[in-house]
Design a protein around this ligand. Structure first.
Ligand code: PNW
Length: 463
């Protein structure tokens, strides 16, 4: 049956959003130009041993200077939209106070160029580059950072709002909080589980406060948030395995979905984390602030997690894991093909997470704000980059998305991660997600076969 399904033309609804995504620190470079302040990612990347190969985002894809060419690539892809993030430290170098005019100038030029080429800007306010001064004042574990974020969001929204219809507050708060403050593998590289739990709440509080402030100014634009979702399955049906899956699901998915869509943290999550936090940082009324009505939810999807109870001891303070209070949980690989990130390829999981939000929470307009694959792409002697594995990956996930729409999910659009190869965080430039190849020696851009394939999909709105 798989083959038969494969041959049927798969159509997407009229007006479906097709785009590619990126993030400021991963592509821009130009880290000290036009008054940009340092961010936690500058500091972290320059910490010896933090990034694979010692790579940094100092130059990255030099997008700051080559944005015109990159917008041209988007236009060639037939993208209706471009999802990119604003670098907070370009706009408020120290994380507070008036906006930096020179920094705004860059985004003004980028947005104008996009509109000129008929590609709609889709803005993320925070994709992990916290101004270093705010980290020095306590970072996300400090409540004040939530207020600083809301102030930044409102100032930017007032200034750029007229030309941007779609606004996302945060990208993947789980990564910011737990990879950054518990696992220590992302900036700021801290390893304190209690701090990570506080960070997660203050990120969500910052989201809610930002939405309130933006709406108070102008309620005509669409506002949402992006979370990374994973189906979490127990490897067996023992009670211990099921409980392991329940806990990882609470930590990664429901910790963010529940306060946003239901107005309260899950009780089981609070019980699970009681050995780590007394939750004194959650104040009366915070959950109501986080539950601001949204116009859409952004879903980033990469893989499924399969877990088992390892039988080992559960220690509250596992100082090197982002899975706080879960070091008795083992992540199981099923041996199915994986990308260069080691993430198993599981298109069905995209259907699972989309239908879950639709059925278990409520029907809300959904966008896949990231999906894509890292593969080592060989440049052929003819200069062609035949990344058939990426084409297959995207094709299989697009098909599943179309099926979710037939099943009633209100999926409105899909952004491929990423437009170009870029700085893949802890992995530096060693992992390539781009539809467009970058030669980092020359900064030459070369659309891969997947880019040519994607351009056909966007133009026909059909697979
Ligand atoms: C997301 N993990 O990051 C981000 O939104 C992108 O900036 C990034 O390039 C992309 O996915 C690919 O990694 C993640 O370890 C990074 O579970 C790490 C994890 C998840 C998401």
């Amino acid at each position: 049956p798989a083959a038969a399904v494969h041959d049927e033309p798969v159509r997407f609804p009229a007006g479906f959003v097709w785009g590619a995504a990126s993030a400021s620190y991963q592509i821009e470079g130009a880290i000290s130009e036009d008054g940009r302040g340092p961010s936690i990612w500058d500091t972290f990347a320059h910490t010896p041993g933090a990034i694979f190969g010692g790579d940094t985002g100092d130059v990255a894809c030099d997008h700051y200077h080559r944005y015109r060419e990159d917008v041209g690539l988007l236009a060639d892809l037939g993208a209706t939209h471009y999802r990119f993030s604003l670098a907070w430290p370009r706009l408020q170098p120290g994380g507070r106070g008036p906006l930096n005019t020179a920094g705004l100038g860059f985004y003004d030029r980028l947005i104008d160029e996009l509109l000129e080429r008929n590609v709609q800007p889709w803005v993320t306010l925070y994709h992990w580059d916290l101004p270093q001064e705010l980290e020095d004042a306590g970072g996300w574990p400090a409540r004040d950072t939530a207020h600083r974020f809301a102030e930044y969001a409102e100032l930017v929204y007032v200034r750029l709002g007229d030309r941007i219809a779609d606004w996302t507050t945060l990208n993947e708060p789980w990564c910011s909080a737990y990879l950054g403050y518990a696992g220590g593998v992302h900036a700021p590289g801290r390893r304190d589980p209690a701090d990570a739990v506080r960070a997660a709440h203050h990120l969500m509080l910052g989201h809610g406060l930002a939405v309130q402030a933006m709406r108070a100014h102008d309620a005509s634009k669409r506002v949402g948030v992006t979370v990374n979702l994973y189906p979490v399955d127990p490897v067996g049906d023992s009670e211990a395995d099921q409980d392991a899956a329940r806990r990882i699901d609470a930590l990664m998915n429901r910790q963010f979905l529940d306060p946003v869509l239901r107005g309260a943290y899950p009780d089981d999550l609070l019980r699970d984390l009681a050995t780590v936090s007394n939750f004194a940082h959650i104040q009366d009324g915070d959950e109501a602030v986080i539950a601001q009505p949204l116009d859409f939810l952004g879903v980033n999807y990469y893989t499924r997690h399969v877990v088992r109870a390892s039988g080992g001891p559960r220690q509250a303070h596992d100082s090197v894991s982002p899975w706080v209070a879960s070091n008795d949980v083992e992540f199981v690989s099923r041996g199915v093909p994986a990308t260069d990130m080691g993430w198993e390829i599981d298109p069905q999981g995209l259907h699972d997470v989309l239908t879950r939000v639709h059925r278990e929470y409520r029907p809300i307009p959904l966008y896949v704000t990231e999906n894509g694959a890292a593969f080592t792409d060989e440049i052929g002697p003819d200069g062609v980059i035949a990344d058939q594995r990426r084409v297959d990956y995207l094709d299989s996930h697009f098909r599943v998305a179309a099926r979710a729409i037939l099943d009633g999910v209100d999926l409105r659009g899909y952004f491929v991660w990423s437009l170009t190869d870029n700085f893949e965080w802890a992995w530096g430039y060693s992992r390539r997600f781009g539809l467009v190849h970058i030669d980092y020696g020359t900064q030459q851009r070369t659309p891969k076969q997947s880019a040519h394939w994607f351009a056909q999909v966007t133009r026909r709105n059909c697979l």
